[in-house]
Design a protein around this ligand. Structure first.
Ligand code: NAP
Length: 199
């Protein structure tokens, strides 16, 4: 919120998707209009816990995929009517291929990518831009217990990339940029080899 001229807050649990209906209109009323909606909530559970707990699997899908879809659908209705606006969702490189260590989270982010793709095509002629951001490893509270290395980025670096992509009206970005090439390689590993790998 640093540098913001006006702010408004509302506390809610996005897993309760019914609470998202009406949120866009309430935000527009509080702020005097909307130019962009960025969905940044996310839940990265330990996949070994998900493997033993179907409720956690359900919550992972709801928080990372379904809630984003509901909120962005609400925002799409608002922006379509307005004739302009920007919809932004934070996906993940994890959505590019299912890995044993995080495939519930990855499946949700992958579903979100398909949703954003369809939304972008639907809104193409309406003046509404649709951006999916695919970060790699980012040093935030979500990853506080992860060992860090050279591939890690700061939230500031990712935020700068998001702002630049919004200004340029981009559709999909990897951030930092080098993840595009890392994921290109990972997506093309043959499945017979991929199942034997652990990373
Ligand atoms: N960090 C990474 O390496 C990384 C990589 C790729 C993508 N991403 C994505 O980037 C986005 C931002 O994550 P981050 O790294 O900044 O992690 P973070 O600090 O843990 O932020 C996640 C946010 O989601 C909120 N949230 C989680 N469950 C919620 C719920 N049920 N209702 C309402 N809010 C909820 C959290 O609120 P509370 O703090 O109140 O729980 C927190 O503000 C997420 O979509 C994440 O999946 C992160």
């Amino acid at each position: 919120m640093r540098g913001a001229i006006q702010t408004a807050t509302e506390q809610l649990d996005v897993a309760d998707t019914a609470s998202l209906v009406g949120l866009i209109n309430r935000a527009a009323t509080s702020l005097g209009g909307l130019d962009a909606v960025i969905f940044a909530a996310g839940l990265l559970p330990d996949q070994t816990q998900v493997n033993a707990d179907s409720d956690l699997l359900h919550k992972t899908m709801v928080v990372n995929a379904l809630s984003a879809m509901v909120l962005l659908n609400e925002a799409a209705i608002y922006f379509e009517h307005q004739g302009q606006g920007q919809l932004v969702a934070i996906g993940s490189v994890a959505g590019d291929r299912g890995r044993a260590t995080n495939y519930a989270y990855g499946a949700a982010k992958g579903a979100l990518e398909i949703f954003m793709s369809g939304l972008r095509q639907r809104l193409h002629k309406s003046g509404v831009q649709v951006l999916l951001v695919k970060p790699g490893f980012v040093d935030t509270p979500m990853t506080v217990d992860f060992p860090k290395g050279p591939l890690w980025a700061s939230p500031q670096r990712v935020a700068e990339d998001i702002v630049r992509a919004m200004e340029k009206g981009r559709s999909v970005i990897y951030t930092p940029w080098f993840w595009r090439w890392i994921m290109l390689v990972i997506r093309h590993i043959p499945e017979r080899l991929f199942v034997r790998l652990r990373f």
